[in-house]
Design a protein around this ligand. Sequence first.
Ligand SMILES: Nc1ncnc2c1ncn2[C@@H]1O[C@H](COP(=O)(O)OP(=O)(O)OP(=O)(O)O)[C@@H](O)[C@H]1O
Length: 566
Amino acid sequence: MSVSDTAISLESELLVVQQAARIISRSDDPEGAIQGILRLLSQLLGLNRGRVLLVDPRTGALGIRYAYGLTADERARGRYAVGEGITGRVFQTGQVELVQDIDSEPDYLTRAVSRGVLPQEPVAFIALPIQQHEQSIGVLAVHRLRQRERPFQRDVALLQVIATLIAQVLRVNDLVAERTAQLLSENRLLKNRMESRGASYGIIGQSPALHQAINQTLQVAATKTTVLLLGESGTGKERFARMQHVASKRADGPFVSVNCAAIPANLLESELFGHEKGAFTGAQGVKKGRMELADGGTLFLDEIGDLDLELQAKLLRVLEYKVVQRVGGTRDIPVDVRIVAATHQNLQEAVNDGRFRLDLFYRLNVFPIRLPPLRARTGDVPILARHFLHAANQEYGRNQVFGTGALELLERFGWPGNIRQLENLVKRAVLMSTESVIRRELIQEILAEEEGICQPGVAAGTEPGGLPIAAAGGEAAPPAGPSALAPAPAQATAMGLAAAGGVSGNPFDSSEPGLRPYARVRHDERAHIEQALQRHHGNKTRAALSLGLTPRQLRYRIVKLGITTD
Ligand SMILES: Nc1ncnc2c1ncn2[C@@H]1O[C@H](COP(=O)(O)OP(=O)(O)OP(=O)(O)O)[C@@H](O)[C@H]1O
């Protein structure tokens, strides 16, 4: 090539890059941008029939997505398995391939464009990988007449620049698509919220199983009946109890909540019924119990199955005669309380074992409402996940979106810890993600960790309340698909027990021997914990909440990771 030829060549290369940048800045979609670039390559440099092949996520094969100078049939024919022919090999190895003469290259498949369509003189083929983060995402390929003056190396060097530009166009397009999907789903979420009956009570979800429970709760709210909420840990029993209260005539009265499993047995009696002065050592004054404090309102008794037999008898008396007697007292104090009880246990079984009074069971079981586990709430996981993502974005001042495939992974999981587990997981993903997109890979990593933590332990089939599972709307199927990420139903029971054994009713607080702590300490958590402590000015309770941990778990991590606090 002469000096003047080189100058002309340089000029046209510069022109191609300038024009390509202009096309990209003016195009709204990758179709327009990439096709425009392929047209430039053909018109200005004679690099013809340019095509960009991308992986079809459904088949895993490479197919022509964008092309210039190819007919619809040729585009349709251009499909290659990874590793197949020159194109498949370039994708697999990430290396440029230069075929000087397609007629003498056995690996050249002549699949998309028939040989007869091409000029009779020798034709070359150049294929390059399109890469993001050093991973092949596609292939850029062109034909070139062999006898042209320009050296091959110049074309290859220019095509490498073009492949990088195309990778950028695709990346921006992915980001825009993800953001648009997020906005659309937020829109849908808002619309659903406005349409859903439970939404005004903060109950998110659209599944028939959930709606059956919402309708039953709102139906019973208008009556005076005692309500029994049955459901695994984290299914929203407390939230439903609040909804029942707010929707009832007692809405202006107090809502008092007691977790019977969280208060040591020796303190529970005076906590519930109060005590008179001097009733026991340390009882220096008169104290009203929660029953009295709930007068005119609703008393939510969570984990009722953990109430001992003596207290069961006292509760029965309240239900029958509407009076309480404080510990150490003899006076009957009238109380007007609506009881909403909840349990994750099989109360019928507890009755059979002599752990629960039959007469109390009948009194409580007047209107049982079964809260479906998350795995039976078809379609609710993405709605809830987006809701929690939105909340976490607000809380941590982020603007993250779920990447492609992330929600599908969440949907396939079995959720033994139900909505609480999903809520904590989304918070964790927001904190751990270093990009604006929460990638599928990060979700996979966190789910794998969750799966390792939820251990099978107790036999399945102990449905809370002992009622057939179909009562939840007939949807209580095992998690969809034979996913390695979907735990067996037995694990749900193990999680339920973990919650009952702990003092907070939180599945993170497993004190059950034999169960591993719910969340393991990871060394890469240090920075998040330090940031959270800083944000909350060293307040460990708030920092723990923001991290989706219990204060106990946070303290454990602080010690384990040797984090210094004031
Ligand atoms: N339908 C829902 N929409 C949005 N958030 C929900 C929903 N149901 C539950 N939650 C949230 O999930 C978490 C667990 O709910 P809740 O404490 O009511 O469950 P629970 O069944 O009482 O659990 P446990 O038996 O362990 O006490 C809470 O943070 C609650 O706000």
